[in-house]
Design a protein around this ligand. Structure first.
Ligand code: UD1
Ligand code: UDP
Length: 365
């Protein structure tokens, strides 16, 4: 039973669900919590996944404890009537850790996809670093995307025989999606594709960046827009009102900034591939862009995804307004620097992580 609730979990779980459904050894029953509502449903419909169970826990302005308690309560009831032989959770959201706890308490083995990522700072990203560490304590099978994440688990005394290095299923999802080359619903984006403008793609949502850091990001975007009239910025906004109220005031009236609702995954992948540069605090986007050779500036102080930073495609720049402006400026105008950061590479996998993951699940006893 795959259990997931947010956009990034849905994207990264989709290739596993597809593979599980093909398996002749296992039946697959998908459970969603609905921690995200519209952003989750968007992804499920793209991958044609119809959940078997939907806890529908979403509430606007939901709290972490509310998500945790509604998920555990819903799963507890579900497991008494539909008890799976194992659950599969993904990543570090509250849905993911709540799913792991609910299953563990009922003696159901937990498979953890994307196990072993560590920033080594319990409070950043918050609460994700704590969430994934808690899940590691109770999982039976740890599917680590890279050898770096495997080594983090080994250092925490997770037995080697319970860890399998699979690659990250986000690359499977990206490859499955990008070849579709879907049309944009927003005519402004189709126009961008037609005229070949240079695009700076921006996303932000992290809890620890909300407030002043995010307002600073908005101001930085406005300054870049004024200084670079030939550049078009595209900002698909997360649904969280805290993100919108922080970023919007500075950017809403700029002619070269396109602000949009969250894009369908297919459209987002196409836009990512068209982009000259990405500015983000997203985890998933840091993993996808290197495969497409698009440089990424990460608006965070640390990352649990050091592989692409070490490879030189991703750079951590923090959230200081002046620094964001300076780093974007350098990449836009220094061709040698840009070339050094835009070589395509796949530190997070080759698109076959789901096959490896499902083989490891099938071998669970
Ligand atoms: C969650 C995850 C985070 C992940 C992010 C991906 C936790 C603690 N956080 O953070 O790890 O990186 O998802 O995007 O699990 N909202 C809607 N509609 C939606 C989704 C969200 O309106 O479809 C709004 C609601 O007002 C909600 C708010 O966004 O209260 C925040 O959503 P929530 O799931 O609590 O946290 P995220 O910041 O999205
Ligand atoms: N994404 C999307 N539409 C958007 C913005 C992002 O489909 O408008 C995808 C993106 O390709 C990546 C995932 O959502 O796979 C990342 O989600 P998010 O940044 O919300 O969460 P994180 O990865 O930081 O947990």
């Amino acid at each position: 039973m795959p259990i997931y609730g947010t956009r990034p979990e849905a994207i990264k779980m989709a290739p596993i669900v597809t593979e599980l459904k093909r398996s002749e050894d296992m039946d697959c029953f998908v459970t969603v919590t609905g921690q995200h509502r519209s952003m989750l449903d968007q992804v499920n419909s793209l991958f044609e996944i119809v959940p078997d169970h939907d806890l529908n826990i979403f509430e606007p302005g939901q709290s972490l404890n509310g998500i945790l308690s509604r998920t555990i309560d819903g799963l507890d009831k579900l497991f008494t009537v539909n008890r799976p032989d194992a659950v599969v959770v993904q990543g570090d959201t509250t849905t993911s850790t709540a799913g792991a706890i609910a299953a563990f308490y009922q003696g159901i083995p937990v498979v953890h996809v994307e196990a072993g990522l560590r920033s080594h700072n319990l409070f950043s990203p918050f609460p994700e670093e704590a969430n994934r560490k808690m899940t590691s304590q109770i999982a039976s099978l740890h599917l680590a995307p890279t050898t770096t994440s495997r080594d983090n688990l080994l250092r925490e005394n997770i037995p080697a025989q319970n860890i399998v290095v699979t690659g990250n299923t986000v690359i499977d999802a990206l490859f499955m999606t990008i070849e579709k080359n879907v049309p944009f619903t927003d005519p402004r984006l189709e126009q961008l594709a037609a005229d070949g403008s240079r695009i700076l793609l921006v996303t932000t949502h992290r809890r620890e960046n909300q407030g002043e850091a995010m307002r600073g990001m908005g101001r930085a975007l406005a300054r870049i827009a004024d200084a670079e009239p030939d550049l078009t910025m595209v900002v698909p906004l997360h649904k969280n009102p805290a993100v919108r109220s922080a970023v919007m005031p500075a950017i809403e009236n700029k002619s070269n900034i396109i602000v949009s609702e969250p894009l369908d995954y297919g459209e987002f992948c196409r836009l990512l591939a068209m982009s000259h540069l990405v500015l983000t605090d997203s985890g998933g986007v840091q993993e996808e862009a290197p495969s497409l050779g698009v440089p990424v500036l990460v608006m965070r102080e640390n990352t649990e995804r050091p592989e692409a930073v070490e490879a030189g495609v991703v750079k951590l720049i923090g959230t200081d307004e002046d620094r964001i402006v300076a780093e974007v400026n350098a990449l836009l105008h220094d061709e040698t620097l840009y070339a050094s950061m835009s070589e395509a590479m796949n530190p997070y996998g080759d698109g076959t992580a789901a096959t490896r993951s499902v083989a490891a699940v099938a071998a669970l006893h």
